[in-house]
Design a protein around this ligand. Structure first.
Ligand code: FAD
Length: 607
């Protein structure tokens, strides 16, 4: 291969790359056959050593002429897997394929690449890596780049690092949810003969607790940045060319509130990582009123006339809305929720959501699915909302508080990316390849701004990949799956192929369920409403998905993620000794169900 010219000969032998010195490794799967058209990074074969399984990806695209191996063969580095006819002279320049559907949904519309602006000014500082945005994606990328020995800066407009997640997202919501869960748990104890009085809630102190949690974590990040010599430039950064960002310096007393000081600074970079995140979607017909809040406003636990709301509407039945609804409900509010889709918590299988719905029915007066909000009017005695659709009440409804949780929009259009030549889609997403590179090779993008799922753990992993590439490594975002968790009570967690995805995409699966009604620990905890479900590929027997509903489901789903990444089958999981009595045991037991016998359940019918 003439790498400089990126020209391939007509036929190419695809060989086993460096596999860490392993010799004569078992081939346990062959994913290609003669006649297949393959793209760069498509899996050719899967190898199994005594330690792990690994997929061998294609280094070139083309049509498979001959497959030289079969399942059961042994192979070493340099062994020929297949001969392909190259897809054309530019095969090597072809963009790597987007990650597998369950792991990452790529932004839809392809964006045209703009011409970069020419910047003729001088820079106040120069860096190997400049990270635009200090959220979980941004700070993780910056810290990883610094750990690689690169001179790194973060540009962040607010005074703390951590972005949405630490300041107004994941962490403060969990600080409040923890308190709500304890209050609810204490109420459950009545049936065990333990009765406490009604809780006396000091909202100011509860808010103070949440603020302390945020301060501890953001303070920790500032310390870690300092320890790594990562410069933090506080201001709003806008690209002025393909290697320069102009920063309008800001002062900010609070997250999401910044004032420009009037001073500016220009920074030059060899590599840049765009990590500008996302913002709340505003609905055009909703008036400005302190009784109408987004997730940030809801986290502030504002009181009206010294009282928390008694009647609350959540617009949007996704995770963020339902988590905040849970908090307010435990603090005394009656809830309504309106959702345009046919069910709450979209993405999770309905059997999981049903368990949550049953446990939480007592919080709601009205769950309006297949229904839209069409008008909102602020009056002296409350916010009046009109609905349209399947479950819409005829008259406008009155609420003390309305939470708008109708989704988040990417910030790609708010940093003048076009001046750097970076393509941004109509909706504001920035498209990247599996190395997190935008269409401008030395500029990367990560996190919420590159697409769904908009989750902190995705942003962090993408940040690491981008940083490693800035340091000259060849890193790829190759995760098979990204888990999703609703930290409600009970928690709902899912990963990989769900039953809904399998049905939609015609994937043949087998599933195995372990009901927590048979879990010693769940019964001892008085919380046996949940279940653990594993989903296997019917042909290979490997685990490809899973879901858990129950207390601590979010803490446990990681094991299923690892099993999927490692290519485990039911025997691997079922024969792994899980500690007893734990909720995590339910994963091993679900795998035993898949294997045909689980001694903690009645005998299964023979298939
Ligand atoms: P962000 O966190 O959005 O950070 C981007 C940063 O860039 C911001 O600080 C912004 O100020 C800065 N910035 C943007 N433009 C500029 C500019 N031009 N100049 C300077 N600075 C700029 N995810 C989970 O995984 N688990 C959860 O439990 C969870 N709970 C959530 C709860 C709520 C209420 C919300 C709102 C979100 C939650 N999320 C959760 C989502 C999570 O917060 C995001 O996925 C995550 O923060 C995205 O990280 P990011 O680095 O891409 O961007």
């Amino acid at each position: 291969i003439d790498k400089a010219r990126k020209v391939y000969p007509m036929t190419i032998e695809l060989k086993v790359p460096d596999i860490g010195g392993h010799e004569n490794v078992d081939i346990i799967a062959v994913e290609i056959k003669a006649g297949d058209t393959i793209a760069i990074d498509d899996t050719l074969i899967t190898l199994e050593t005594d330690k792990a399984t690994m997929d061998v990806p294609a280094e070139a695209a083309g049509v498979v002429k001959e497959v030289k191996v079969k399942v059961g063969d042994k192979i070493s580095e340099g062994g020929v897997i297949a001969v392909i006819e190259a897809a054309g002279a530019s095969a090597a320049a072809e963009a790597p394929k987007a990650a597998a559907a369950p792991a990452q949904e790529a932004p839809k519309a392809a964006a045209p690449a703009p011409q970069a602006a020419q910047f003729a000014g001088s820079a106040d500082a120069e860096y190997d890596v400049v990270v635009l945005g200090g959220g979980p994606g941004g700070y993780s990328a910056a810290f990883a780049a610094a750990d690689e020995g690169l001179k790194t800066a973060i540009i962040e407009q607010y005074s703390t690092l951590g972005g949405v997640c630490l300041n107004v997202g994941c962490i403060p919501s969990k600080a409040l949810l923890h308190n709500a869960a304890v209050i609810d748990e204490v109420k459950h104890l009545v049936k065990n003969g333990i009765k406490f009085g009604e809780p006396e809630i000091n909202v100011d102190e509860l808010r103070g607790y949440k603020e302390k949690v945020i301060a501890k974590l953001t303070g920790g990040l500032a310390g870690m940045a300092k320890a790594r010599k990562v410069d933090i430039i506080q201001g709003n950064g806008q690209f002025v060319g393909a290697n320069h960002i102009e920063v309008s310096l800001t002062e900010s007393a609070q997250y999401e509130q910044a004032k420009e000081t009037g001073a500016k600074k220009t920074v030059a970079f060899k590599n840049c990582i765009i990590a500008v995140g996302s913002r709340v979607v505003k609905l055009p017909f909703i008036p400005e009123d302190p009784r109408i809040v987004d997730s940030t406003g809801a986290l502030e636990l504002r009181q009206n006339g010294g009282k928390l709301p008694e009647k609350m509407l959540v617009i949007g039945g996704g995770i963020i809305g339902l988590e905040m609804g849970t908090v307010y409900s435990t603090l005394g509010a009656r809830l309504d929720v309106v959702e345009m889709m046919d069910g709450l918590m979209q993405g999770a299988d309905r059997d999981l959501v049903k368990v949550w719905e049953k446990m939480n029915a007592h919080r709601f007066d009205n769950i309006m699915t297949n229904t839209k909000t069409v008008a909102v009017e602020a009056k002296a005695d409350g916010i009046y909302v009109t609905f349209e659709g399947e479950k819409a009440p005829k008259e406008p409804q009155r609420y003390d508080l309305v939470l708008v949780a109708a989704g988040r929009a990417p910030n790609g259009k708010l940093c003048s990316a076009e001046k750097a030549g970076v393509a941004v889609t109509e909706r504001g997403f920035i498209e990247v390849d599996k190395q997190m590179r935008t269409n401008v090779p030395h500029i990367y993008a990560i996190g919420d701004v590159i697409g769904q799922p908009m989750l902190a753990h995705k942003a962090v992993h993408e940040g690491h990949v981008a940083a490693e590439n800035c340091a000259g490594h060849k890193a790829y975002f190759d995760a098979r799956v990204i888990p999703g968790v609703a930290y409600t009570d009970p928690e709902v967690a899912w990963v990989g192929v769900t039953e809904e995805i399998a049905k939609r995409d015609g994937i043949k699966i087998t599933k195995a369920v372990f009901p927590w009604a048979a879990s010693g620990r769940a019964i001892a905890n008085g919380r046996d409403e949940g279940f653990t479900k594993l989903i296997f590929d019917a042909e290979t027997g490997r685990i490809i998905g899973g879901g858990i509903v129950g207390t601590h489901a979010g803490d446990m789903i990681g094991e299923i993620c690892l099993a999927i990444e490692m290519g485990c089958d039911a025997e691997d999981i079922g024969k792994t000794i899980h500690p007893h009595p734990t909720l995590g045991e339910s994963i091993g037991m679900a795998a035993e169900v898949a294997n045909g016998t689980c001694t903690d359940l009645p005998p299964q019918k023979k298939k």
